[in-house]
Design a protein around this ligand. Structure first.
Ligand SMILES: Cc1cc2nc3c(=O)[nH]c(=O)nc-3n(C[C@H](O)[C@H](O)[C@H](O)COP(=O)(O)O)c2cc1C
Length: 387
């Protein structure tokens, strides 16, 4: 079983992560992790911080001569911005705490208000630092190791942006081979495959920037190469759609998740929704993939297609009305450095969380402590058959 933990404050010294349960004998490298980290940092509408950070994960344990050992893999990403926050983010000095001015004006839409009440923090900085989406950088790094695992067995995850605000891509990605999808999406400043919509999305972000506002959107994640029968109908907590939806909902600002046709299925008749089957050679093919590759809580063997909707970012350069918790009086929210749109970045984060979430259902079916065992298991398992 795979487990992972992350730690670290947004402007603290570093982010730390531990991935436990990765099979032995998988080739991993810091360079491959760095590739996904830089994909997360791109995107039109991101703020100044992305220029400072240029994330790089160091592998601290669990890997020897470029191969996983089966022991916990520890990663560290230094926050290059930390020296600028040394006083504010000091882990020891009581004196500096005495000198610092507490933040007492929660930003609507963030964890600030409920977090301050929950932990009885008088300084909202204590909430902001960990609730920040900076944490997702570490999940992208851990997810990059899972991407390597899945690459060995022919499973690929990719993503692209479907809409930003009202600008919507009008195209069918089914025609884009999954191997090309990320390359094409990464070449777009908004990770959109539709050239006309890309321009509209940039315009929407520009408008939001000028209006001191923020904007959200929808992205799609596609996993191909997943064999049929990953996940299970046998118990609710093993349903693959539930596991993946929960994983996507852990990304800050994600407000809904859909598979295949999603909510549109509720407006159609059954004959317009379900994917007809036909025999081809020894196997079964489908005329469509409206289910998004999951039926009855299990992969069908078709690509798994998920969409997630992200709300507009909560920190606005024209701050919203709030209440100063120190005085109980009306106030305006804190203005923290912020992105205007992070939908392209969130789509990269989503690939990582999906790969992390797929590890356990996949290992449950094909398990082993080493890549050799897993590959032997896969080679020895006959393809699913009704005969
Ligand atoms: C990759 C990424 C980057 C983000 N950057 C920002 C940001 O710069 N400013 C901001 O206000 N929110 C940002 N967010 C969103 C906040 O983290 C999120 O809105 C906040 O935690 C509350 O969301 P929740 O209500 O879904 O928990 C970002 C989210 C992601 C996934």
């Amino acid at each position: 079983m795979i487990r992972f933990l992350t730690a670290g404050e947004s402007h603290g010294k570093c982010l730390a992560g531990i991935l436990e349960g990765m099979p032995a004998g998988l080739a991993v490298s810091e360079a491959e992790i760095a590739f996904d980290l830089q994909r997360r940092q791109h995107g039109y509408g991101r703020g100044e911080r992305m220029k400072i950070e240029q994330d790089r994960a160091r592998i601290l344990s669990g890997v020897r001569y470029g191969m996983t050992l089966g022991s916990p893999i520890a990663l560290m990403i230094e926050n290059r911005d930390w020296p600028n926050w040394r006083g504010v983010m000091n882990v020891e000095s009581v004196e500096e705490r005495r000198q610092s001015t507490p933040l007492t004006t929660p930003r609507p839409g963030h964890a600030d208000f409920a977090g301050a009440l929950k932990y009885r923090h008088k300084d909202i900085r204590n909430v902001i630092e960990r609730s920040s989406a900076r944490e997702t950088a570490m999940r992208v790094a851990l997810g990059a190791i899972c991407r390597r695992f899945f690459a060995e067995i022919g499973v690929t995850a990719a993503s692209h942006v479907v809409s930003i605000g009202t600008a919507h891509a009008a195209m069918d990605v089914a025609t884009t081979p999954i191997e090309d999808l990320n390359r094409r999406a990464d070449a777009s400043p908004v990770r959109c495959l539709d050239g006309a919509a890309e321009q509209e999305m940039i315009t929407v972000i520009d408008e939001a920037t000028t209006a001191h506002d923020s904007v959200g959107g929808i992205f799609e994640v596609i996993v191909s190469g997943l064999p049929a029968g990953i996940g299970s109908y046998a118990h609710p907590d093993r349903r693959l759609n539930a596991i993946l939806a929960a994983a996507l909902m852990t990304i800050p600002a994600i407000k809904s998740v859909a598979f295949g046709m999603g909510a549109e299925a509720a407006r159609r008749f059954g004959s317009e929704v379900h994917d007809r089957m036909f025999a081809e050679g020894d196997g079964v093919r489908r005329t469509s993939n409206r289910s998004g590759g999951i039926e009855g809580g299990m992969s069908t063997g078709e690509p798994v297609v998920m969409r997630a909707a992200m709300k507009p970012l909560s920190t606005l350069s024209q701050p919203l009305e709030t209440v100063d918790l120190a005085t109980g009086k009306d106030a305006v929210a804190l203005r923290e450095r912020s992105d205007v749109c992070a939908v392209p970045a969130a789509s990269v984060v989503a690939e990582a969380v999906v790969m992390l979430a797929l590890m356990n259902p996949f290992l449950e079916k094909t398990g082993g402590d080493s890549m050799t065992e897993i590959q032997a298991h896969l080679a020895a398992t006959p393809p699913p058959s009704w005969a």
